[in-house]
Design a protein around this ligand. Structure first.
Ligand code: MN
Length: 266
C-alpha cells in the first residue's frame, strides 16, 4: 500500500516538474545536451537573421557513431527544440522515426557527411542574399575578413547538369552525392536557383559560414553597384583571416546563444 501511494506521489511530482516532457517525445538521451542545444541555437538564430525562413536545416555529425547524423524532424527552424532532433543513418534514413515527419532534403546532409570526414556540421539555406549569385556569372568572393572562407572558392552546383529538369530539390542520394562532389573540399557550395550549403568542423562554424555567406553576398552586390572595380580578399588573406575567425568564434557564438535565449523568453 505504502509503495503504491509513494509511486503515485512520485509520478505526480514528476508530472508537475516536467509537464512538457510528459507530452513531447524524449530527446536523444545518450547525446551531449550541448550538441543538441547548438543545433537549436543555429536553427533559431539563422531564422531570426532571415538567413533561414520556414525552410532550411542545421545538422551535426553523430559524436560517437560518425556514420550517422543528427537533425530536427521536419519543422520550421525557428521552432526547433532539442526534443525535435532525430538520428539518421549514412543514407539519410531515420533510425527511429516514431511517426515523425522528416526533411525531404536530408540527402544533402547524408551525402556530405559521407564524402567529407572532416565535416562535423552542415547548414542548408535558401538565403535571399545568396540566390542572385547562384544564377549569375559573377562569382561570390569575400569583401572583408569575416566571410574569408569564401576566398578558397564558392562553386555553383547546377542540378540540371546531371538530372535535367527537376523540382530543384535534393530528394535522393544520387542528387545529394552530385552536390557533395561539387562542394569538394570547400566550405560552401551554391545551388543554382535554390540556395546554398555551408559546412564546418562544428555546428557554430557551419552556422557562422551560413550567416556570413549571406552578409557577404548582400554587400558584394552593393559594392558592385558602386560601379568601379572591387578589390576582394586574396587567397592568402582569406586563409589567414579564416584562421583568426575560427580562433575567436566563441565570442559571437555566445552572443547568438543569448539572442536565442532572449527570443525564447518572449
Ligand atoms: Mn532547399
Amino acid at each position: 500500500m505504502f509503495h503504491r501511494i509513494a509511486a503515485v506521489l512520485v509520478s505526480l511530482c514528476l508530472g508537475l516538474a516536467f509537464p512538457l516532457h510528459a507530452q513531447a517525445p524524449a530527446a536523444l538521451p545518450d547525446l551531449p545536451p550541448a550538441l543538441l542545444e547548438d543545433i537549436v541555437t543555429g536553427s533559431r538564430v539563422l531564422a531570426d537573421f532571415g538567413v533561414l525562413d520556414g525552410f532550411g536545416h542545421v545538422s551535426a555529425r553523430h559524436p560517437t557513431n560518425p556514420k550517422h547524423f543528427l537533425m530536427s524532424r521536419s519543422l520550421a527552424p525557428a521552432l526547433v527544440s532539442a526534443e525535435d532532433i532525430m538520428e539518421f543513418d549514412e543514407d539519410g534514413n531515420p533510425v527511429d522515426a516514431r511517426g515523425r515527419n522528416v526533411f525531404l532534403e536530408r540527402f544533402i546532409h547524408a551525402e556530405i557527411y559521407k564524402a567529407r570526414p572532416d565535416v562535423m556540421a552542415v547548414v542548408h539555406t535558401h538565403s535571399p542574399g545568396v540566390i542572385p549569385f547562384t544564377v549569375s556569372k559573377t562569382p561570390l568572393r569575400p569583401l572583408y575578413h569575416n566571410p574569408s572562407f569564401l576566398a578558397a572558392g564558392a562553386p555553383i552546383w547546377d542540378i540540371a547538369g546531371e538530372f535535367g529538369a527537376t523540382d530543384m530539390l535534393v530528394r535522393n542520394n544520387a542528387i545529394g552525392h552530385s552536390l557533395a562532389q561539387a562542394l569538394g573540399d570547400k566550405s560552401v557550395v551554391l545551388m543554382r536557383g535554390h540556395g546554398d550549403v555551408t559546412v564546418g568542423g562544428a555546428v557554430k562554424i557551419a552556422v557562422f559560414r551560413a550567416y556570413y555567406t549571406d552578409v557577404n553576398a548582400r554587400l558584394q552586390a552593393q559594392a558592385i553597384g558602386l560601379g568601379s572595380e572591387v578589390t576582394y580578399l586574396s587567397a592568402e588573406e582569406g586563409a589567414k583571416a579564416d584562421a583568426t575567425n575560427l580562433a575567436v568564434i566563441d565570442r559571437i557564438w555566445d552572443l547568438w546563444k543569448r539572442r536565442v535565449q532572449a527570443l525564447s523568453a518572449k
